[in-house]
Design a protein around this ligand. Sequence first.
Ligand code: URA
Length: 223
Amino acid sequence: MQASDDLIKDFFLQQAELFTDEFYFEEKKEAEIPMNVLDWNELEPKVLSCTKCELSKTRTKVVFGYGKRNAELLFIGEAPGQREDLQGEPFVGRAGHLLDDILAAIQLNRAQVYIANILKCRPPKNRTPHADEIASCEPYLMNQIDLIKPALIVCLGLTAAKTLLRIDYTLRQMREKIYNYHGVDLVVTYHPAALLRNPGLKKYAWEDFQKIQKMYKQKTGSI
Ligand code: URA
C-alpha cells in the first residue's frame, strides 16, 4: 500500500514539474467555439423554436437569458425551474431572489449583468440535466458568450462549471481557482439553491462574491 502511494505521489510530482502544479485541470478539451456565430436577431428565434431535445415537448417557455447583451459579467446557472419555465426568464424563483440580493450586496442588479443557463428548457421535476440535453444546448450558450464577450464568467454550481470546464472536481476545489475559458476569466461559486438548502455555505459564497466584485472593479473601474 505504502509503495503504491509513493508511486502515485512520484507520478504527480513529476507531472507537476513538467506541467506546473495546475496540470491536472486541463485533462479534457473545452468545446470549440462554433465557427458560424449567429447574431442576436438570428440566435434568439432559433433558440425559442428549438426542438433538438425531448425537453421541448414538456417546456412551457424557452428561457433564453436575461440582461445586458454586452455585459462585462456573465452568470451561468443550470436550467430553468418551474417559475422560470412559466415566465421565460432565468432565476425568478426563490434562488433567483437570493441571487438578486447577492448582486445588490455588491452594488449590481440583473439588468447590469447577463444571466443564462446551461439548458434553455426546464427538465421535468427539475431533475439534473442529461448529457445529451447539455450537448444539444451548449452551442447556444457558446454563441451567447461569443456575442456578449464578458470580461468575467461566474458559474453558479457544479453543472455549469463541469459543462464549461470539462473537469470533475468538487465545488470546494473549483471555487479556489480562476480559470481561463477561451481567454475569459471564469470563477465558480455555489448555486443560490445550494445556499438556500445549506445556509452554512453562505459565508463562503460571500467570500466568492467579494472576489467577483473586486475582479469586476479591476476589469471595468465602474463600481
Ligand atoms: N436554477 C437555475 O440554475 N437557473 C434558473 O434559471 C433557475 C434556477
